[in-house]
Design a protein around this ligand. Structure first.
Ligand code: NAD
Length: 303
């Protein structure tokens, strides 16, 4: 591949993603506002530009991995006018569906191509090159983006037109937030009823309560030794990120008149938990919040 790439936003996710592109033999020019991100990117073999505008001047593909839609739209306004005509813009940030559609529209109007390609898999997946990409955009632009996404990920799914990559991300994480709360409430109820955590796990993991929140990210220590509950809820997937994603889900639910009581309630519970100072914990720590509101002790289900 002789494709030249600009990578903008070299933080926890973008840094290792860009490093994997370099490791695959691609020429990658990077830019970030944070000096420490640039320092690491230099070590990873990126060419560092003085600005985002300078980074995109002579490339074929521009990848962004930024905190929010506001950042993506702001940066697009700077770089769309100076990028080479027909450049492919891939935004992998997690942002509102409406912002993703607006970013796509502005890129097309400026004479470029664009897809939204948010990811799942966290920093571990970004580092290992095993992310899952959910892509929104035309079939042609998806095919153009796919070889690069294949370098950074293990699973690349074309979900449909622009914005639906973000829609897939938001819907998936709404399922995850709601299911983690449901699993945690079941463990706390089991504890009240004298049912051990292990016994409930043995039953539910082989019955209709089976789900990822239970069998991979189990919120109690013991049954799944690799789950964050076994290391004092170090993430994993942090509460602050779940709070952000449920906020995006809330915006989409309200904008589209969906009567999603559980999605909205999950957003509220994670919002309060985040505000209470738990943003840095794994999202499965929500069980501690449910326990404390229920008068249970952490050790109660271990008998
Ligand atoms: P981060 O804060 O570590 O990185 C974002 C980077 O963007 C920062 O280094 C910041 O300096 C840079 N930035 C901001 N404005 C910029 C600009 N105008 N020009 C250049 N750089 C700029 O965040 P992250 O954890 O890497 O997450 C990035 C995106 O990926 C977010 O949208 C997040 O929701 C999503 N995401 C994160 C995870 C995760 O586990 N961290 C998982 C899936 C998706």
């Amino acid at each position: 591949m002789s494709t030249k790439v600009a990578f903008l936003g070299l933080g926890h996710m973008g840094g290792p993603m860009a490093a994997n592109l370099v490791a695959s033999g691609l020429e990658v020019t990077g830019f970030d506002l944070a000096p420490e991100a640039l320092e690491q990117a230099t070590k990873d073999g990126l060419t560092i530009a003085d600005s985002a505008v300078a980074a995109v001047a002579d490339v074929d593909v521009v990848i962004t991995m930024l905190p929010s839609g506001k950042h993506v739209l702001g940066l697009y306004d700077e770089i769309l006018p100076v990028a080479k005509a027909g450049s492919l813009f891939i935004d992998s940030s997690t942002i509102d569906v409406e912002d993703a559609r607006e970013a796509h529209k502005r890129a097309i109007e400026a004479g470029h191509r664009a897809v939204d390609a948010p990811v799942s898999g966290g920093v571990v997946g970004a580092t290992a090159g095993t992310l899952a990409f959910m892509v929104g955009g035309s079939a042609e632009d998806f095919e153009a983006a796919k070889p690069l996404l294949d370098v950074m990920g293990r699973k690349v799914v074309h979900c449909g037109d622009s914005g639906v990559g973000q829609a897939a991300k938001i819907c998936n994480n709404m399922i995850l937030g709601v299911s983690m709360i449901a699993v945690s409430e079941a463990f706390v109820l089991g504890e009240k009823l004298g049912l051990s955590n292990q016994a409930l796990f043995d039953v539910a993991s082989n019955a209709s309560g089976q789900c990822w929140a239970l069998t991979t990210n189990c919120p109690v220590p013991g049954p799944v030794p690799t789950s964050p509950a076994n290391r004092d809820y170090q993430p994993g997937f942090a509460v602050a990120l779940m709070d952000k994603d449920l906020g995006l889900a809330t915006n989409a639910l309200r904008a589209n008149g969906v009567d999603a009581e559980l999605g909205l309630r999950a957003a509220e519970l994670y919002g309060k938990f985040n505000e209470a100072g738990s943003g840095g914990q794994d999202f499965s720590a929500i069980i501690e919040d449910i326990r404390s509101r229920s008068g249970n002790k952490s050790s109660e289900g271990e008998k």
